[in-house]
Ligand binder design. Structure first.
Ligand SMILES: [Zn+2]
Length: 293
């Protein structure tokens, strides 16, 4: 049995997968706010409860909104700030009495979609989260690429190509891709152009209904996504790019962005496919379970 945990800022989700990938159980609880030891305890309780219910012991993989520093073993880059600087793996291993694997949640998303999702059968999969933040993960031959700094795939904090950068990202750098391509980034771009305070969902709905300002905002979004992904394609040359997160539900992206990136990638033809996730919100927790082969 493989147990996956998605440790998010607001909820902790657990899934248990049987030997052929069937879902044995799934559960979610609220994340204890700002309390590290309570968070660790909640994860351990979920694992122990799942094992009692299933009557079996499992491997444990955990997806977190951050990364484990290779140098120190401590958590970094996490927006659930109570995890930062903590030895999450060591603490969980002590409670659960076994090895635990931890990976960035975007890496888990990419792994889930590569193993049995939209990218199944592809050698190189780049998984992209377009949501509250912008993250990415790389899976090659069914294995997550962690990287020397544990940041492989973190394209959201590269500068957006082709823009004059004014705004500073929460990470302290100017003009990050995340500033433009997150849900709040799309809303902010629309506000700058029109003074209207619309959410990403409303912009997409109004554009679909023929609103010209909403349409113009979505076209700018698509052009930026194409420019940002063309750089990824030039470096990684993935077979498949899978989109997840709230903005991945805008279906026109899958038609328009590849048409736009074809003129930007250093190749006569672009075989890379841009695909919608198959497992939706479950991808993170499924990928965490797949951290154990
Ligand atoms: Zn940034």
């Amino acid at each position: 049995m493989r147990i996956g945990i998605d440790l998010g800022g607001s909820k902790i989700e657990i899934i248990a997968l049987g030997d052929d990938g069937q879902v044995l159980l799934r559960e979610r609880v609220a994340t204890p706010q700002g309390d590290y030891m309570a968070t660790v305890r909640a994860v351990a309780d979920l694992v122990e409860g799942a094992e009692q219910q299933a009557g079996a012991r499992g491997t444990v993989g955990i997806g977190i909104p951050g990364a484990e520093s290779i140098a120190s073993g401590l958590i970094k880059n996490a927006n659930s700030t109570c995890l930062i600087g903590k030895s999450l793996r060591r603490d969980l291993q002590a409670l659960l009495q076994r090895d635990v694997r931890i990976a960035n949640d975007a890496n888990c998303f990419a792994l889930s979609e590569a193993v049995d999702g939209a990218g199944v059968g592809a050698q190189v999969v780049f998984g992209v989260i377009l949501g509250t933040g912008v993250g990415g993960g790389i899976v090659i031959d069914g294995k997550v690429l962690t990287g020397a700094n544990a940041i492989a795939g973190e394209w959201g904090h590269n500068p957006m190509p082709g823009e004059h950068h004014q705004e500073t990202c929460y990470c302290g750098r100017k003009g990050c891709i995340e500033i433009y391509l997150s849900g709040s980034g799309l809303a902010a771009d629309h506000r700058r152009a029109t003074n209207a305070v619309w959410s990403a969902e409303v912009i997409a709905e109004c554009a679909a209904a023929g609103d010209t300002a909403g349409e113009a905002t979505l076209q700018r979004y698509e052009a930026r996504l194409a420019r940002a992904l063309a750089q990824v394609i030039n470096i990684l040359d993935p077979d498949v790019i899978v989109l997840g997160g709230g903005l991945s539900n805008i279906d026109r992206l899958y038609r328009n962005v590849p048409r736009l990136w074809s003129g930007l990638v250093f190749s006569d033809q672009v075989a890379t496919r841009l695909l919608k996730h198959r497992h939706g919100d479950s991808s993170g927790v499924r990928g965490a379970a797949w951290l154990w082969p």
